[in-house]
Ligand binder design. Structure first.
Ligand code: 5GP
Length: 131
């Protein structure tokens, strides 16, 4: 069965899309740890990130670098943090989180549920900075 992220790529499940190319897709995390929290995935489904080929892993990180630049340009923050967990969704992904302080990256804490208008606004601001 296709992962929930493959279904997002296929357009079967809606997402706040930030950017995509032939191989990679970036979209807002539905329950962010901080506003602007974005997921970057390979379109090809693979559970464990370190089972990706060298080229695919490198391409994922290079695409994530461009997304991080867009987040940093759109959201006031010191840096964009990067984390890989993968305990919930079995489709490799990188978390990108705009950071003002270390606690902005607390995945064990309470996740946010932001109003749709705020998610749409964040999405448009970040997507508008993607180069
Ligand atoms: P992980 O697998 O890295 O532990 O966590 C998966 C992440 O995906 C979580 O931060 C969760 O909020 C996010 N997530 C799970 N399902 C969906 C979904 O359907 N849409 C979006 N945009 N994010 C999701």
């Amino acid at each position: 069965m296709a992962s929930i992220f493959s279904r997002i790529v296929a357009g079967e499940i809606p997402s706040y899309k930030i950017a995509e190319d032939e191989n990679y897709y970036a979209f807002l995390d539905i329950n962010p740890v901080a506003p602007g929290h974005t997921l970057v995935i390979p379109k090809r489904e693979e559970d464990y990130i370190f089972d990706l080929s060298d080229d695919e892993l490198a391409g994922l990180m290079v695409f994530a670098k461009r997304v991080a630049a867009a987040i940093k340009a759109a959201i006031p923050c010191k840096k964009v943090g990067v984390t890989v967990l993968g305990l919930e969704v079995p489709h490799a992904h990188v978390h990108l989180v705009p950071l003002k302080r270390e606690s902005d990256m607390n995945f064990a804490g309470e996740k946010l549920t932001l109003p749709a208008e705020q998610m749409q606004d964040l999405c448009e601001r970040i997507a508008g900075q993607f180069k």
